[in-house]
Design a binder for this molecule. Sequence first.
Ligand code: ADP
Ligand code: MG
Length: 607
Amino acid sequence: MDIIHLLPDSVANQIAAGEVIQRPASCLKELVENSLDAGATRVQVIVRDAGRTLLQVIDNGIGMSEMDARLAFERHATSKIREAQDLFSLRTMGFRGEALASICAVAQVEMTTRRAEDETGTLIEIHGSDVIRQELCACPVGTNIKVSNLFFNVPVRRKFLKTDQTELRNLLTEFYHIVLVYPKVSFTFVHNDEILMELPAGTEKQRIEAVFGNPKRNVYTSAFVDVNTETELVSIRGFVVKPENATRKAEQYFFVNGRYMRHPYFLKAVQTAYSGMLAADYQPSFFIYFDIAPEAIDVNIHPTKTEIKFADEQTIFQILMASVREALGKFTLAPQIDFDTQGSIDIPQPPTDAVAAPRVTVDPTYNPFHTRGAIYPDRAPKNWESLYEGLGAAKPINAAMQPTDALSVTEEELLRPEDLESCPLWQYGGRYILAPSAQGLVLINQHRAHAAVLYAQFTEQLSLSQGAMQQLLFPEVLSLSQEEMVLLNQILVDLKAIGFDMEQLSPDSYSILGIPAQLANQSPIPAIQHILHQVRERGADTQREWREQIALTLAEQAAIPYGKILTETEMREIVQKLVQLPQYRRMADGKIIVSLLTDDEISRRFS
Ligand code: ADP
Ligand code: MG
């Protein structure tokens, strides 16, 4: 008996659906993109239970004929490309003709649609790829598609969904990515009968304001300056935050030809443009729109990936960095930017794919933040090596000096608690604590050491719900976007467990009455905003994950900063607590806390 057989379409569609429709947010994305491809100027999104029970999209686009309404749900049915060649000149959002087929394979779909030239519209109902009914109906021009009980026939997928709050947040994230590139289209977003967002048609700036602004705060977009560069290769427009308005929690959006994209390499270009202008852990917010010939980018064949490859990434990196610099230079008086030295900034290699990998040389010393010499030419003398000429011995530390032996020293031997009772401790450069040990000279990064101690403390307090709270003299008000609100509600129990005392004031604000004692006199607002940012960026969806982000963020925030002069008692306290940690040489993320200069290395310097 033959054992190979073709899968029935319904099964093939379910398999394809696993690729295209992973969660309610991907379904929403496909539906809204279809509305935009259909030329809609008004799109309404209606959601119930974070999309589990209902996802409805109503548009006033061109609609479909009776025949097309049926065909639209077939696999590889699309009105957008006819031949492979078309793939390279794509200007529509969809093209694979898979979305509707996938959606109707895993949900109950009811759609009404009408074209302007038709008197009657079509109603079609499909449950798990089976057409239940198709009939004529009276309906307005455009398309109204209702997706109910997503994954009703795929229990595994259903179980795989996260909490409603996480799924709603994913829906909003996906929604933001789209509405920010279609400012001329008006959108509404309704969840469980509550209007979460009402976005009138307008300019890009007005759209950004409508999404992220808050009438009670200052005008959001006034914190930004325009970027505007036209070159033959690419046009770059958009808005970047003024350095003085940067925060720890940043909104960072790149779009290319009307699509959202992630691009870590270009992100580096923007960050480099800001180098020297932002405090250590501050991030620039930006909304940057690229326009480029479709042939110059890799058509994003994969339905769910948002990373896009450009033909000439290094050149665009430079153009982007220069445009952002120029924009910032116009609006900031200090620090002065010297454009003549632009060319001397190291352009890091763009990430390359596997085929080219063997030829890539990685510069491990590259750090996008270490471009001060170029930006402040007067502060970092050029040809600094020449200062050492004639001083033979004073060459930069070479490989032979690498502390190889230091690695064999165990943590127990490195800093022994009993020695720490009485040994002298010094502070160096406002950054390091120096301690003598039987093994040599121990250098401890003061900020990281304290952060590691606090991280352990916060983690324990979270698991026991025993955060120490300090009442604020003057409560502060925290205003939030809808997306942030959803996120905050999700992690609220843990914020309270760690010592935040907070009460909801209005649908988009909280009053902060108390803070974790370790934050002492710091403002709670940036701390909470930073937590929200980290939880979102890291995709911390489980309690374990977001607790970790809360502990990390607060530890980072509350740890003694670089530059703080410490008394010997303070140093001793930090170091004593540090060595009690199960592992204290490195942070959880691998950053070095403690380094050892062995006796050997020291004496070699004098030989
Ligand atoms: P794709 O968007 O990749 O073409 P879809 O499965 O998303 O594939 O849609 C199939 C076809 O159905 C589209 O090419 C389009 O012709 C039609 N269609 C889908 N949604 C709409 C809509 N909201 N308005 C008009 N036509 C639509
Ligand atoms: Mg589509």
